[in-house]
Structure formats: structure tokens, C-alpha cells
Design a protein. Structure first.
Length: 300
């Protein structure tokens, strides 16, 4: 008999949710950066091990909605928590318990959600004693199934997670094919890999005001009989001045973004990639509901 377990990975921006999703799935399906609010959409990571299919729902860091885009992000978290077999609350061991965790705990309580607390980034904590007051606060916040201090980066205690999750599996047919790692399309993953490089190379505010749209995606065979994928992408930004900064002096910055993204996309697609990126300005797109849904920048 086959089994499924749906797991929502929640927590404040920058806690390490996408890093954990990638580690557990065993493939990079969700982008990671030092900047909070990297993930914008709910992303399903799928891992089938033996009879059990694990579906990890990586969610955007929870935040107060100030723009239409942020509203979509918050909604993506709420709907993810509704209907899972177990949730993970990813907390940051170097930060105080905040309103985000309190809000999430309320949401868990109203759905009677079973929650595992992972206290991440313990590689940055000097001594175990330092963690005790925080552990105490968290244990008062919610009746967690388990509390485990971990480090995704240094792989501390991460081997304990999968055996725990297996306990929440329920009998049923698998929802996804057994050989896929995500239900997201290659096009979507490409746009995310480009957005990741914007987050890596640009200053704080600019990448948050950008979106990436893949306008063309086609495959051909070159004269050496190798597969080449031609991808045309557009980076949408909010201001003319931002456009200039993204392109950089003599196009240097855009070249750097393109070459970093191309490497990752080639690895993902296992083919040669010819990537063309253009930059367009669209003022206030983050508050434009139609633009956000039409371009699938966030989920409904
Ligand atoms: N030192 C340390 N850094 C970590 C650890 N886990 C993740 N990080 C770093 O924390 C940053 C944020 O990681 P993400 O996985 O993007 O965090 P997230 O929770 O998905 O963030 P949002 O998508 O913005 O909500 C990245 O720079 C990671 O490399 C850890 O165990 N230790
Ligand atoms: Mg993320």
C-alpha cells in the first residue's frame, strides 16, 4: 500500500526554509539567498522513497501584507498550513521569538495542526546554554510534536528529520509521478534561477522590486548533434534608474547575472543553454493585481 505525507515548511523570512526543502528533496528546486523574502510562491518539492511520497510545501517567509504581491505571499502560507499532515516551523536560533511565530502558532492552533519545531542555524550559536531561554519560550508558544535544534548549512541533526516525518504518512495513492522533484515547470524554475542571481548581485531594495518572465523556451539540435535550449527572459523592474543598475556599466552586471543563471539552468536541464535577458520597466507592478496573476508571479 502506498502512502503520502504533506509537509508545510513555514517560518519567518530568511529562517532557512528553502535551504531545508532543497536538502530534503535532494535537488535544488527552491532558490536561496541572504535576503529575506526570497521565496514568493508556494513551491512543492516531491520525494518518493519506497512506498512513501513526501510532498514538501516551501512557503514564502510570512510578513505583513503591504503590497498586492505580499498579500498573495501571505495567502500562500495560510492555505498551505490548512491541509497538511504535519507542519514544520522553521525558527532562527539567533533571533528572538517574533510576531511571525506568534501568528503562525495561532494559525496552527485554529487548525489543530501537528507541528515540528526546527531551531535552525545552531552553527552560529556559541553554546547550548545560550539556546535554553529560547527553547523555553518556544515550548510555551505551542504544543510542538518535537523540538530539534539543527543546522541545515552544517548538516547538524538534519538526518533526524525524515524518519520523523514518515510517522505522519497516510495511506493513499501518490499525488505526483514517483520520479519528479517538483510540480513546478522548467520555465518557472528558470525564471526563479534568474531572480536568485538578481538577489545575489544587487542591493537590497532592487531585487524585491523585480520579476522575471520567460518569454520563449525552445529546444533545437546544433551541428554537433547536441541539444541546445534557447531561452528568452525579461527582467521587469520598477524604475528607469533600476534598469540602468541591473544592466550595469557596459552591460557588465547583466552579463554576470546571465552567466551565473545560465550555469545553473544548464545543470538543471542537463543541456546547453543560450540565454538572452532583456530588462523592462513597469512602474508599481507589485501593486498591480492583474499583472501579478497574469504573469504568474504569485499564486492565487
Ligand atoms: N549559518 C547558517 N546559515 C543558514 C543555515 N540555513 C540556511 N542558512 C542561510 O540563511 C539564508 C536564508 O536561507 P533561505 O533558505 O533562503 O531562507 P528562507 O526561509 O527560505 O527565506 P525566505 O524565502 O526569504 O522566506 C541563506 O543565506 C542560507 O544560506 C544554517 O543552518 N546556518
Ligand atoms: Mg525561501
Amino acid at each position: 500500500m502506498t502512502k503520502n505525507v504533506f509537509i508545510a515548511i513555514t517560518g519567518r523570512p530568511n529562517a532557512g526554509k528553502s535551504s531545508l526543502t532543497n536538502l530534503l528533496v535532494g535537488e535544488k528546486i527552491s532558490i536561496v539567498s541572504e535576503k529575506p523574502q526570497t521565496t514568493r510562491n508556494r513551491i512543492n518539492g516531491v520525494l518518493t522513497k519506497g512506498d512513501t511520497q513526501y510532498v514538501f510545501i516551501d512557503t514564502p517567509g510570512f510578513l505583513k501584507p503591504r503590497t498586492k504581491l505580499a498579500e498573495h505571499m501571505v495567502k500562500a502560507v495560510r492555505t498551505s498550513v490548512d491541509d497538511v499532515d504535519v507542519a514544520i516551523l522553521m525558527a532562527d536560533a539567533t533571533k528572538k521569538l517574533s510576531a511571525v511565530e506568534q501568528e503562525l502558532a495561532k494559525s496552527f492552533a485554529s487548525h489543530n495542526t501537528k507541528v515540528i519545531l526546527l531551531l535552525n542555524k545552531i552553527d552560529l550559536v556559541k553554546s547550548k546554554e545560550e539556546l535554553l531561554p529560547l527553547l523555553d519560550e518556544y515550548s510555551k508558544l505551542y504544543s510542538f510534536e518535537e523540538i530539534i535544534p539543527i543546522s541545515v548549512k552544517k548538516r547538524i541533526n538534519t538526518e533526524l528529520i525524515m524518519p520523523l516525518l514518515e510517522k505522519y504518512a497516510v495511506e493513499g495513492e501518490h499525488f505526483f509521478p514517483d520520479d519528479i522533484a517538483t510540480d513546478r515547470t522548467e520555465r518557472f524554475l528558470c525564471s526563479e534561477l534568474i531572480r536568485e542571481k538578481l538577489l545575489w548581485t544587487m542591493q537590497q531594495e532592487i531585487p524585491h522590486g523585480t520579476a522575471v518572465d520567460i518569454e520563449s523556451f525552445s529546444s533545437r539540435t546544433n551541428k554537433n548533434n547536441a541539444e541546445v535550449i534557447d531561452i528568452g527572459a525579461v527582467i521587469i523592474c520598477e524604475k528607469r534608474s533600476h534598469k540602468g543598475m541591473i544592466i550595469g556599466k557596459c552591460g557588465e552586471r547583466l552579463k554576470q547575472i546571465g552567466s551565473l543563471a545560465r550555469k545553473d539552468i544548464e545543470e538543471m536541464l542537463d543541456a546547453k543553454v543560450n540565454l538572452q535577458i532583456f530588462v523592462k520597466v513597469k512602474e508599481n507592478w507589485r501593486d498591480n493585481e492583474r499583472f501579478i496573476t497574469d504573469n504568474k508571479i504569485a499564486d492565487d
